[in-house]
Design a binder for this molecule. Structure first.
Ligand SMILES: NC(=O)c1ccc[n+]([C@@H]2O[C@H](COP(=O)([O-])OP(=O)(O)OC[C@H]3O[C@@H](n4cnc5c(N)ncnc54)[C@H](OP(=O)(O)O)[C@@H]3O)[C@@H](O)[C@H]2O)c1
Length: 320
């Protein structure tokens, strides 16, 4: 079958490991279903996989793609949940053996993907396949950061580090719909204008001093913005972290951490229940994910080049 995959790990030149070609048709084990993929979205995770981060060398070649939307054999339209873990932990993201699609099991950038039958949810009729494909990773991560991890209340002020990325654009739209004052940093005027168009109340240059400290900061950038996040949160406030694109080894600034009693909270994807709630929330509020670029999956390399260059304006989606 047609697939976009990582041939081997390549830490220095990840795009050299990218292949657009053919992979074997999957067998479907008991308790799993085959989904005919219609659309899947690109996440930074796919670039990490090409670099060999978060995946064992023996797992290559690996079909990329952590999320998607498609159709079951009986015609049911579905959204995929890409976290494969044991729900008996109460939250499958807390299962120490949980994996994301593309870590152990093959991903969604292919004609067909197989997942446990509990990992599909009905696709809301109001979302296109391309829009629904954005939900399973970036939007789910933003939803958990905001609603399960931050303890924010409507009326409070949140800062989103980064304006144009998948998780950032989801945080802006969800925060606005939930009644937060949404402040956003962006690296260019164009990216800050995008954030305003998605519902931000105010935008700032990366590292710019804010008019006041915020209740919570939402971090996916890491080293490049960490110092600003620590300076921008109010005493007793929260920084929720789900990524470290620019590097994981930021100065923790422990003195400021304890002196200002800052809570730093990690956040990882989301569970099946949160994905169901996200889909319902978007339907209720009429929220549609902002897609910055849509490519035929055969042209997936164009999307990978955009993400690697930081040339994002919302989600990058591949369609079949
Ligand atoms: N823990 C989880 O479950 C989970 C799930 C999804 C993603 N993630 C992680 O979250 C991160 C973002 O993923 P994504 O898919 O949203 O990626 P993306 O679409 O490529 O977005 C990257 C974002 O990072 C910002 N950025 C990058 N380098 C920066 C720098 N040097 N200074 C300031 N801002 C910078 C960009 O800001 P501008 O808009 O200003 O360019 C952009 O908003 C990745 O590290 C990914 O691995 C984690």
């Amino acid at each position: 079958m047609f697939a976009v995959y990582a041939a081997e790990p390549n830490p220095d030149n990840p795009l050299d490991a990218l292949r657009v070609g053919e992979r074997p048709e999957p067998d479907v084990p008991d308790g799993w279903v085959a989904v005919s993929v219609r659309a899947a979205s690109l996440n930074m995770h796919d670039l990490w996989t090409l670099r060999g981060v978060g995946i064992k060398a023996e797992q290559f070649p690996m079909i990329l793609g952590c999320d998607g939307a498609g159709v079951l054999a009986d015609g049911t339209e579905v959204v995929l949940h890409g976290v494969i873990g044991d729900p008996s932990f109460g939250d499958e993201t807390l299962d120490p053996k949980r994996t994301l699609l593309t870590e152990k099991h093959q991903g969604t950038f292919a004609d067909t993907v197989i997942v446990p039958e509990g990992n599909v949810l009905p696709k809301p009729a109001g979302l296109s396949f391309a829009e629904a494909a954005c939900m399973g990773t970036a939007w789910l991560t933003a939803f958990r950061m905001l609603f399960s991890r931050s303890e924010m209340r409507p009326g409070q002020t949140m800062l989103v580090q980064g304006a144009s990325g998948g998780v950032s654009t989801a945080l802006i739209a969800l925060g606005k719909a939930a009644g937060m004052r949404v402040w956003v940093t962006g690296r260019s005027e164009e990216k800050r204008a995008l954030a305003m168009s998605l519902g931000a109340d105010e935008t700032f240059e990366s590292g710019e001093r804010l008019p006041k400290r915020v209740d919570a900061v939402f971090e996916t950038v890491g080293k490049a913005t960490w110092g600003h996040s620590m300076r921008s949160v109010k005493p007793g406030g929260t920084i929720v972290v789900s990524g470290s694109t620019s590097g994981p080894d930021a100065n923790a600034d422990l003195q400021r951490l304890f002196f200002n009693q800052i809570r730093v909270i990690g956040s990882m994807m989301g569970n099946h229940r949160e994905l169901a709630d996200l889909l319902a929330f978007c339907e209720l509020k009429g929220i549609r994910p902002h897609i910055g670029a849509e490519h035929a999956m055969t042209d997936a390399d164009k999307g990978f080049e955009q993400m690697l260059a930081g040339d994002t304006a919302g989600k990058i989606v591949f369609t079949l």
